[in-house]
Design a protein around this ligand. Structure first.
Ligand SMILES: *[C@@H]1O[C@H](CO)[C@@H](O)[C@H](O)[C@H]1NC(C)=O
Ligand SMILES: *[C@@H]1O[C@H](CO)[C@@H](O)[C@H](O)[C@H]1NC(C)=O
Ligand SMILES: CC(=O)N[C@H]1CO[C@H](CO)[C@@H](O)[C@@H]1O
Ligand SMILES: [Zn+2]
Length: 540
């Protein structure tokens, strides 16, 4: 009893007056005796109230979100250092595979690393490997292009002409071929003279470059030369093949060159009696590759959020910023969510696309199989447990750590009508992050160049952040975003110096957390479809 009443103030039940007059028997020395008087009871009442007050304060403090960290715990749980650790592994993989992680080199080892991490951290998802084939174009020796006529000109590679990517499935050596000037290569008529000659084509807007080049090839042209319009000073390095290639579609056999406008004028003015020689050393090999998918086991299937990044690099370098930074950030986001026991309201699917650098083939394959029921020889065994109609949105993370970066958010208004409203809403989620942290950012187009395209083209809203590639930073952008003006955002874009040293840590930190914010927010949203359709606000 006495012990209890001695302790009463601390338990918050004493000071009821019952003991007011009873002098306390001192049961022991020290503290117990100290409490045994009226005045001390007053002190103890004060203590109780004070402690209660403090306790209440602590409780209120603990339940109210009082800091950014309390409000956005997922962002803070993500550690940039871990992403760097993954990137180190990717670099090791590239080093062991001729300094590349392309379809034919280190992609498979990169995928094994991702799958190994998912297993090691016991991520609660079904891992699928979705196989497809991808044409891989390579160029060996420098090409040559020479004109013999009234004048004799040896054109300069990259200054005057280039072999367009995917233009030429095998090495070619063309000697003294005549020229045929073609103004409309979209229609087969009127090109009788193309056979056995080199077709010099002014590209038409009426059909794709590939359709024009392929028609010339079918009409017997030995090579195709596209003349650029005068506003470009250099020949094009674009792909000539349809980006939407799939197994069984044709590829160009004969060489396809791009030349500057002035070279085109020289060819045109000497066409009658001129001959050209062309030597190329290019190949197209059809390689097997795959996407890695981690299909979450929890959350509403009908509101699936697909988080994607491409895992392959170009053949020319290890691709650590491009786009290792995106793929390893998404990996670390997933591992972090697993570590903190995150249970999404909406199912999360993580995707590491293959063959992005060869024309978004991995994500296009995914969309073709799911949205259009397309099958290849492996599809039946793949059973992904996913339906296109269940995919509510796609988040795409590509380059997130460009050394001279600008924080860029994709412009949802660029998405086709069916995906526009949702894409605008996703854009706003990213913008909220930058505004909340007071980080400068810029809205950039969402028209081409990455794996969100097959989603928006098939009615699924998409969004994402990126930090820029070969674009040059303007002085205005430098004032707003810092860094270096008149320099590319990523000097090492698609080059062999794209290593861990090419990673901007500040950019990686900001952008990976922006990605985490969007992933955790959108996968936790109730009525996600209503939010994307503009019917409701974002509710968690
Ligand atoms: C390694 O890469 C270089 C440069 O890209 C290339 O010339 C060479 O053929 C590659 N070697 C192999 C074995 O792939
Ligand atoms: C977003 O895209 C739309 C349509 O393509 C364009 O009108 C608008 O100016 C763009 N917004 C920004 C901020 O670039
Ligand atoms: C953001 C960005 O530039 N990402 C790049 C990733 O790789 C593809 C394929 O080369 C580029 O087109 C993207 O631009
Ligand atoms: Zn790239």
């Amino acid at each position: 009893m006495s012990t209890a009443s001695d302790n009463a103030p601390l338990l918050g039940t004493g000071s009821d007056g019952a003991h007011d007059d009873a002098p306390r028997a001192s049961e022991g020395p020290g503290i117990a005796a100290w409490w045994g008087s009226r005045s001390r009871d007053a002190v103890s009442l004060f203590t109780v109230l004070m402690l209660l007050g403090v306790g209440l304060g602590i409780w209120v403090y603990g339940t109210l979100p009082t800091s950014d960290q309390d409000e956005h715990p997922h962002e803070y749980a993500l550690h940039t250092q871990n992403i760097l650790g993954h990137l180190d592994h990717l670099l090791d993989i590239a080093r062991a595979h001729n300094n590349s992680r392309s379809v034919t080199n280190g992609h498979a080892a990169s995928a094994q690393y991702v799958i190994g991490q998912l297993r090691e951290h016991k991520v609660d998802c079904d891992v699928h490997v979705q196989r497809f084939v991808s044409p891989v174009w390579t160029q060996g020796k420098e090409p040559r292009f020479e004109l013999r006529g009234a004048v004799r000109v040896e054109f300069l590679h990259t200054t005057d002409f280039r072999v367009m990517r995917y233009g030429g499935a095998e090495p070619a050596s063309i000697r003294d071929a005549g020229l045929a000037m073609v103004d409309d290569a979209c229609t087969a008529s009127a090109h009788g003279r193309v056979a056995d000659r080199v077709a010099v084509v002014r590209p038409s807007a009426k059909c794709s470059l590939f359709e024009q080049a392929f028609l010339m090839e079918q009409l017997g042209a030995r090579a195709v030369v596209f003349v650029r319009s005068a506003r470009y000073r250099v020949p094009s390095n674009a792909r000539v093949r349809l980006v939407d290639w799939k197994e069984g579609d044709p590829l160009m056999s004969v060489p396809v060159l791009s030349v500057t406008h002035s070279v085109g004028q020289v060819l045109r003015s000497t066409a009658e009696d001129a001959h050209v020689s062309i030597e190329t050393d290019t190949r197209i090999d059809v390689a097997r590759t795959f996407n890695v998918l981690c299909v979450g086991r929890g959350g509403s299937e009908a509101d699936t959020v697909v988080v994607g990044a491409h895992l392959d690099s170009v053949a020319a370098g290890p691709g650590i910023n491009d786009n290792g930074s995106g793929s390893m950030t998404t990996l670390e986001i997933l591992l972090t969510l697993a570590r903190i026991g995150y249970a999404p309201r909406n199912r999360l699917v993580f995707a590491w696309w293959g063959a992005e650098e060869d024309g978004l083939l991995g994500s296009r394959h995914f969309a073709r199989v799911l949205a259009h029921g397309w099958r290849n020889r492996w599809s039946d065994s793949e059973g992904l447990g996913l339906r296109w109609a269940d995919i509510a949105l796609n988040l795409n993370f590509d380059m997130l750590a460009s050394p001279n970066y600008i924080a860029l958010v994709h412009n949802g208004t660029d998405a086709p009508r069916g995906a526009r409203m949702g894409s605008q809403r996703i854009q706003r989620v990213f913008e909220d992050y930058f505004v909340r942290h007071d980080y400068p950012y810029k809205v950039t187009d969402m028209l081409a160049g990455s794996d969100f395209l097959p989603f928006v083209d098939n009615g699924v809203p998409a969004g994402g952040v990126l930090t820029g590639a070969a674009e040059i930073k303007s002085i205005e952008d430098r004032i707003e975003h810092g860094g270096l003006a008149d320099a590319p955002l990523d000097t090492c874009y698609h080059r062999d110096c794209d290593t861990v040293l090419n990673i901007n840590l500040v950019a990686l930190h900001k952008m990976s957390k922006a990605a985490m914010y969007a992933v955790s927010t959108l996968s936790a949203a109730s009525d996600l479809r209503g939010f994307l359709a503009g019917r409701s606000e974002l509710r968690l």
